[in-house]
Design a binder for this molecule. Structure first.
Ligand code: GLC
Length: 815
């Protein structure tokens, strides 16, 4: 008995000792102020603070003796500033910038961040702060009862992330559902909002990380990683837009893509052989359904060997590509990372081995994992030589006539889903294992491809599509939301997920329209197409064994409506392209949650508001996300809203129910909206567009600046673009439209404008640069004239046609 009790006690003691314990950072022992940072030595940690900008502060902790010197994969610009105040008062140190006050309590070391009026924005949980559990590190923050969270990139479930926990670990999750987490991308950045004021936190750590946004407790939220430093950036708003802009200042922004990438794209696993690809292309053109891109999925390759062709299926790729390009089609090929481990007949594998470009086990053996080509080697994209080599191989595809590259399986995915953690990578010379590199493997693959295409074709804009990524992926690629399902649940996710990506710095995103797995009902397909036409990335795709999902596969009626909505996307190209330009400049999303534009409106944070969105500032899109409904509940924020389809005007600040027969997706123009449009084309660049159409819903005063360039080269970076400003003023008597060239670096082919003014009751005359315009009896009649107007009194719609004289002043008199 004694022996049993003794053994029990010993076991208990041993057990307790081997329990892991959270070790808190403790008090500040010493401080050293350098030009670019302040260094604190704490009881159990090193801690550095960098002031990056007046609203961006970097906090960096490690329980090692020094900080890592390996460069960040995500952050490309984090120079710190030194013009801020630093002081010591009693039990705290204080940093003061023009926008923030940061107090660092000495014992225990805790950070509190205030606005300049000393209102608390964010603070460490008073007892827990930052803690370590061996390699694992966590940062506990006080959770305010009214605090809500958004962001975290590509996540399923609701757009709002409050009271849930999320993991960052890129995962191949075919047929995921609204509860699956994690999926393909890791964007460790979130936005916290309280009292309508926003801040953001970006955790720059690539290891498996966690974000507990107040799940299972009401005291704190926390974020942290299994290993590596706690290196995070606090970004103050209070505007949400400012948070996103500052975050993308750190991690980079999307470059302007080729204009054709905004067009409709058709994919399937897989279109082959060549005759099938030609047939798809021909059907689009015969039916005059606009389409710019066709994808070649894995069957174009010789037994899934990347950078090869299956010569039986595609005997003369160059000829095919050439022919299709005459018809306006751009062909994009899938390129997976796994290089078939065929060391006998496959030059890519042999070259990679010879040049030591693949990831290896610690004992030096090259790792092999199983994917489509069976056993495969995995390029080490964290090694410069590998990136250059891979970039060149991708550029070779472009030399053959391929227009863009589709990166898939780059989580990296392997059968069994467990890429061994001990596999080693170069980590840009710093050497790291898979645990550190996993989440940036896709990012670095896209990086390699992007650089390769740019090196070989310096004046071309690269187009890359990727499944996996990390913060910063927006610099290199568009993102699609992976293997979704043809279901209503996924139709909803196809709305909320690109919205979530947009506010996480990745504007160019969309879903597999129609659903990848399974076959959608005709109505589900139609509603998805209507939504897809308003997502920045617009591609239909399908799994191998589902029935046809092309626009003509669901009967004539659906085909017509689908054609209408794709056509509308092409008509709206000037508006969309302008938003892409803006996104490339500001980092703000193209497709925006309501609360981004209307930050002070409670209803915009409501659960149902996540199922509608804004494109830019002026178009509200309210997709029907249900296959059998023909109405939609829509929230219209303050102001007036014009129904796109029937010119009806609504007073905002309320929820309405609008009818949405199958033929339409509810759309509204915000009062003051100026929407540039152009005629439909079968593909972007097909026609020499000579007329710019403007839809104007006049308010007291509004402005719109239209960006135009050649849509394909890098010349815009040298100033070859034009900016045209449209300014509308409305008073009790008249409406004036001023058109002025703000920048003239690119010559548009424009000859005239067709301008629609909505909400016009009556007027006496219309003058263009003081010359009065003639009235005509119908739109058709007007279209045949050089200049003039037609008043559709019934719809309060005034159409004006004028020549493009450069700077112009149009007046509608005596309202
Ligand atoms: C993956 C991709 C999918 C692709 C398939 C075959 O499942 O997510 O888009 O069609 O692989 O390459």
């Amino acid at each position: 008995m004694k022996i049993i009790i003794f053994t029990f006690i010993m076991l208990t003691i041993l057990n307790t000792n081997s329990f892991s314990e959270f070790k808190f950072i403790g008090e500040i022992k010493s401080i050293n102020k350098f030009d670019n940072r302040i260094e604190f030595k704490l009881e159990n940690s090193l801690f550095n603070i960098y002031v990056i900008k007046d609203n961006v502060i970097r906090f960096r902790y490690t329980n090692k003796n020094s900080f890592s010197e390996a460069p960040s994969y995500a952050v490309i610009k984090n120079n710190s500033i030194s013009n801020y105040d630093f002081s010591e008062t009693g039990n705290y140190f204080e940093i003061k910038t023009s926008e923030l006050i940061v107090r660092i309590l000495k014992d225990p070391c805790r950070v509190s961040i205030y606005d300049k009026n000393m209102n608390i924005i964010n603070e460490d949980e008073k007892s827990f702060g930052v803690s370590y559990d061996f390699d694992e590190v966590r940062c506990f923050k006080k959770l305010f009862s009214d605090e809500i969270f958004y962001g975290l990139g590509e996540k399923t479930g609701n757009l709002q992330k409050t009271r849930n926990q999320y993991t960052m670990w890129n995962s191949d999750t075919p047929g995921y559902n609204e509860k699956t987490d994690p999926i393909y991308q890791s964007i460790p950045f979130f936005i916290g909002i309280r009292n309508k004021k926003a801040y953001g936190i970006f955790l720059d750590n690539t290891y498996k990380s966690y974000f507990n946004m107040g799940a299972s407790n009401k005291r704190f939220y926390w974020f942290g990683s299994e290993k590596g430093e706690l290196d995070y950036y606090f970004i103050n708003g209070p505007e949400i837009k400012k948070v996103i802009s500052s975050y993308t200042d750190l991690t980079g922004r999307m470059e302007l893509p080729p204009k054709w990438a905004l067009g409709y794209q058709q994919s399937r696993w897989s279109y082959y052989p060549e005759s099938r690809v030609r047939e798809i292309a021909k059907t689009f053109r015969d039916k005059e359904i606009p389409c710019d891109v066709i994808y070649l999925d894995i069957h174009y390759m010789n037994d899934y060997r990347v950078f090869t062709w299956d010569k039986n299926r595609f005997p003369d790729p160059q000829k095919m590509l050439n022919d299709l390009s005459k018809d306006g089609f751009k062909i994009i090929t899938i390129v997976d990372p796994g290089v078939k481990a065929d060391t006998i007949n496959y030059s890519i594998a042999k070259e990679g081995l010879r040049r030591n470009l693949f990831a290896k086990y610690p004992d030096g053996e090259v790792y092999q994992g199983e994917v489509w080509p069976s056993w495969a080697f995995f390029p080490d994209f964290t090694k410069k030589e590998t990136r250059t080599w891979w970039g060149e191989k991708n550029a070779d595809l472009l030399k053959q006539g391929i227009a863009g590259i589709w990166n898939d399986m780059n989580e990296p995915a392997v059968w069994g889903a467990s890429f061994p953690d001990l596999v080693l990578f170069d980590d840009n010379g710093f050497k790291a294992d898979h645990k550190k590199i996993h989440n940036v493997y896709g990012l670095e693959m896209a990086h390699a491809t992007f650089e390769g295409l740019k090196n070989e074709f310096p004046n071309k804009r690269p187009f890359i599509l990727t499944r996996a990524g990390f913060s910063g992926i927006q610099r290199y690629a568009a993102v699609w939301t992976g293997d979704n399902v043809a279901s209503e649940e996924h139709l909803k996710l196809a709305c909320t997920m690109p919205l979530g990506m947009g506010i996480s710095g990745v504007p160019f995103c969309g879903s597999d329209v129609g659903g990848f797995m399974g076959t959608p009902s005709p109505n589900l397909y139609l509603r998805w197409m209507q939504l897809g036409a308003f997502t920045p990335f617009f591609r239909g795709h399908s799994v191998i064994n589902a029935s046809a999902k092309e626009p003509w596969a669901f009967g004539e009626e659906i085909e017509k409506w689908v054609k209408d909505i794709i056509s509308l996307r092409y008509e709206l190209l000037p508006y969309f392209y302008n938003e892409f330009y803006a996104a490339s400049k500001t980092g703000l999303p193209i497709m925006r949650p309501m609360f981004l534009n209307f930050q002070n409106d409670d209803e915009c944070y409501a659960f149902e508001s996540q199922y509608q969105f804004m494109i830019g500032e002026d178009i509200l899109v309210a997709p029907v996300l249900s296959e059998n409904k023909n109405f939609k509940k829509v929230y219209l924020p303050e102001g007036k809203w014009l129904d796109w389809w029937n010119s009806k005007i609504y007073e905002g600040n309320k929820w309405i129910i609008v009818e949405a027969p199958s033929s339409i997706i509810p759309l509204f123009i915000r009062e003051g909206g100026i929407i540039p449009m152009q005629e439909k084309q079968n593909y972007i660049g097909e026609k020499n567009i000579k007329e710019l159409m403007l839809k104007i819903f006049p308010s007291k005063n509004s402005n719109y600046v239209l960006y135009e360039d050649d849509g394909i080269t890098q010349n815009y970076k040298k100033g070859e673009y034009s900016l045209t400003r449209f300014e509308v003023n409305k008073n009790d008597n008249s409406i004036t439209l001023n058109i002025s060239k703000e920048k003239d670096g690119y010559e548009t082919k424009r000859e005239d404008y067709l301008i629609s003014f909505y909400d016009i009751n009556e007027f006496s005359s219309i003058e263009n640069n003081n010359n009065s315009l003639n009235s005509f009896n119908s739109l058709d009649e007007l279209k045949n004239q050089n200049e003039g107007f037609y008043f559709d009194k019934e719809n309060n719609l005034l159409l004006i046609k004028v020549k493009d004289h450069g700077n112009m002043n149009i007046q509608i008199k005596d309202l």
